[in-house]
Design a protein around this ligand. Structure first.
Ligand code: ATP
Ligand code: MG
Length: 400
């Protein structure tokens, strides 16, 4: 009797070539994720994706799969020969192995080949009877069972599985094109990244750093956040932009209340130029409507005005509390709340304008050599390439 990990993925709206691409991408992402486990095999047969764990413990593998977008459900399956006696034995064993042992159950059998001598309804009845006889106190409940014992007869082999662990859903990373994330050291932008990744985007990140106004440790915090995102994203390139000169000039030449707005417009220009070079199709930010002065619609309007590519704001309708909840779930919260200063906080004016005017911004920017400043900043970018860390066994306990 072998253990297998069965993976279900969202199939709705997937047809023809899209479906093939989706599956290939998903398989590749699963393989990358499980790279650190020797002897693990990821396979697809009978329209099913499954993982053979080899000699590895299954828990860390399953935990790893819960971080792969595109997977909607994961179950640990037993694989036995397709004969009734083997199936009976495995079914009873599987029910006994549940912790806690379920009080109620039902059997849901499917037979892929009609040459198996029993129909699905017969298998349900026979295996159900066997479980009732061998597991003390258990009852059948067809409506809301504690355990749905599923049996799939497929040729020579039959799979039995019980508990279904929910996957993260979404689309496999790499199926929706590349985005450039504006990554600060805060709570929001890593969550925005997570949501963009969930819809299949490939991630690159850009960070604006104002050394020595902001410290090396503040930069390291952002590198750490990007590293944490590799868990879901795979490889991530982080572009660190030297932003000191631009901020210094803005401070000396622009009105105090407009400093943040102009600074954001510069960030967007540089991010867009970098996106073009990296063939990214959109920018992503952690903005949420009305959260702070620079996130009013008027601010977004004047900031967006300098961008040609779409600026995606996955958190637009979310409350801070919801964002924090996700941040904790995905493991970026603890790093985000470290107290190192951000380039925006260092230059925070006393009263930032909440309804900036486009004509005022444009007038003020006449005092800056925008093109040269953008060019210099882009030329000065340091790119850090981050790859996922091999997972350590101790980390995996949440599901078991
Ligand atoms: P976050 O928690 O993501 O920092 P925030 O609520 O602190 O967000 P702001 O500081 O106003 O909000 O930043 C809004 C967005 O602008 C951020 O989510 C991020 O996408 C981008 N951003 C801000 N500062 C930087 C920076 N230094 N480098 C790159 N992007 C930045
Ligand atoms: Mg911030």
């Amino acid at each position: 009797m072998n253990d297998l990990i069965l993976v279900r993925y969202g199939e709705l709206a997937l047809k023809g070539k899209n479906r093939k691409d989706f599956e290939n991408r998903l398989l590749q992402n699963m393989r990358n994720k499980l790279d650190g486990f020797s002897g693990v095999k990821v396979k697809k047969t009978f329209g099913r994706v499954f993982v053979e764990p080899g000699d590895n413990p299954v828990e860390p593998i399953i935990q790893g799969l819960t971080e792969v977008f595109g997977i909607v459900g994961i179950s640990l399956a037993r694989c036995v020969e397709s004969d009734l006696e083997s199936i009976k034995k495995a079914a009873v064993q599987l029910v006994r192995d549940q912790d806690p042992i379920p009080r109620t159950f039902k059997v849901v059998a499917r037979r892929a080949q009609k040459n198996f001598p029993h129909r699905s309804s017969e298998i349900n009845r026979i295996i159900g009877g066997e479980v009732l006889r061998n597991v003390e106190g258990i009852r059948v409940d067809v409506h809301q069972p504690d355990l749905e014992l599923r049996i799939e007869v497929r040729g020579e082999e039959t799979y039995l599985y019980g508990q279904d662990i929910p996957g993260v859903g979404g689309l496999p990373v790499g199926s929706s094109g590349r985005v450039m994330l504006l990554l600060s050291g805060g709570i929001d932008s890593p969550v925005a990244a997570y949501l963009a990744l969930k819809r299949g985007a490939t991630l690159e990140a850009i960070h604006f750093h104002s050394y020595p106004f902001t410290s090396e440790r503040a930069k390291q915090k952002v590198v750490d956040l990007a590293q944490e995102l590799t868990r879901y994203a795979g490889n991530v390139s982080l572009h660190v932009v030297p932003f000191t000169e631009i901020q210094t000039q803005i401070r000396s030449k622009c009105k105090d209340s407009y400093m943040i707005t102009i600074m954001r417009r510069m960030m967007v220009r540089i991010a867009e130029e970098t996106a073009k070079r990296q063939k990214a199709l959109a920018l992503v930010t952690g903005e949420s409507l009305g959260q702070v002065a620079s996130q009013t619609l008027e601010s977004m309007h004047v900031i967006n005005h300098v961008a040609q590519v779409p600026v995606l704001r996955p958190l637009i309708g979310m409350d801070k509390q919801d964002i924090m909840t996700i941040s904790k779930e995905i493991g970026t919260y603890e790093t985000s709340i470290l107290p190192y200063e951000d380039c925006c906080t260092v230059f925070q004016p006393k009263s930032p304008v909440t309804r900036p005017r486009l004509d005022v911004c444009e007038e003020m920017e006449k005092g800056l050599d925008v093109e040269a400043l953008v060019g210099e900043a882009v030329d000065g970018i340091e790119t850090i390439r981050l790859t996922p860390k091999q997972q350590e066994e101790g980390e995996f306990s949440s599901y078991f």
